[in-house]
Design a protein around this ligand. Sequence first.
Ligand code: NAP
Length: 305
Amino acid sequence: MAVFCIFTLMKKVLITGGTGLIGKRLSFLLASKGYEVRVLSRSKSPESKYTTFIWNVKDQFIEEEAFQDLDYIIHLAGAGIADKKWSEKRKKEIIDSRVQSTNLLYNTSKRLKTPLKAFISASATGYYGSVTTATIFTETDQPANDFLGKVCRLWEESIFQFKNDKTRTVALRTGIVLSNDGGALKKMKTPLVTPLGDGKQYMPWIHIDDLCEIYIKAIEDEDFEGAYNAIAPEHITNYSFSKAIAKTFKIPFLPIGAPSFILKIVFGKMATIILNGSRVSTGKIEKTGFKFKFKSLDKALKNLI
Ligand SMILES: NC(=O)c1ccc[n+]([C@@H]2O[C@H](COP(=O)([O-])OP(=O)(O)OC[C@H]3O[C@@H](n4cnc5c(N)ncnc54)[C@H](OP(=O)(O)O)[C@@H]3O)[C@@H](O)[C@H]2O)c1
C-alpha cells in the first residue's frame, strides 16, 4: 500500500529525446530527485533505465500510455543542427523534427485531456541569428531572418501553443552545451586547436549541469514562464575559447585561425554556426534566483577534465 502511494505521489515527467546528450543527464538528475522519468523515443533500447514509449513524428504515431497521469513534458527531440550539411532535405528535417513533433505532443495531450502542469522545451540562442555583433541579445529581441532564426521562431511558435491557465510553457534558448559525454566539446578537442576564422565571434556556452538545473527549476518554480536564455554569464570569443580548451586539455594551440573559406567548403552553409556568434544576456534567468555553478569557462572546463 505504502509503495503504491509513493508511486502515485511521484511527479511524472516525459522527456522526448531523453536518449540524447542533455536528456540522459537530465533523466538521471530527475530520477535521483524522485521524479518518475519516462522517455519518448523513436526506438526502444533494452539498456534504457527508464520506461520508454515510442513515437514516429512523420507518421504522427505516439504511444498514448506515455501521457497517463503525466505532470510535465520536457521536449528535447530534434535532428542534430550540426550533424550533417544543410541540404534542403536536411533543413526540412531539422524544422519538422522540432515543429511537427511539438504539434504531435500538443494534439495528443489536448485530445487525451492531459492535465499538464508545464511544457518545457529546448530552443537555441540561434533564435537571435548567426551573426557576430557586440549587441547583447535579450529575450525581448526579435528572431533573426536567417535559417536558425527561422527554425527557432517556428519551434517556439509551436511550443507556446501549450500555454493556458493550467499549463506553464517555457522555452530555453540554449547555447553550446559543454559535457564530457559528447556534443561540441568532443568535436573541439582535436590534436591541434586553432581559432575558427578570425576567432572574434562570441560563443554562448553552458555547462550541462547548469543547464539541467535550469530545466529542473523550470519544473519546480511556478513563476517560470516564457523564453529564457540558457547560457553562462561569461561572454567569450572563439579565440579565447579555443585557447582555454588547449590549455585545459594540454593540447597544442596554433593562434592562427582556420581559414573561413576552407570551413565554408567543408561545412557548406552550416559553417555559419561556427564562424559567427553573438553575445546573449543572462539577466532574465538570473532574476529568477538561479545561481550558476559554472560562471566562467575556466571553471567549467576544469570540471570536465
Ligand atoms: N547540445 C547542444 O549544444 C545544444 C545547444 C542548443 C540547443 N540544443 C537543443 O537541445 C535539444 C537536445 O540537445 P542534445 O544535444 O541532447 O541533442 P542530441 O544528443 O542530438 O539528442 C536529441 C535526441 O532527439 C532525437 N532525435 C534525433 N533526430 C530526430 C528526428 N529526426 N526526429 C525526432 N527525434 C529525433 C533522438 O532521440 P531518439 O533517437 O531516442 O528518438 C536524440 O537522442 C535539441 O533540440 C537541440 O537542438 C542543444
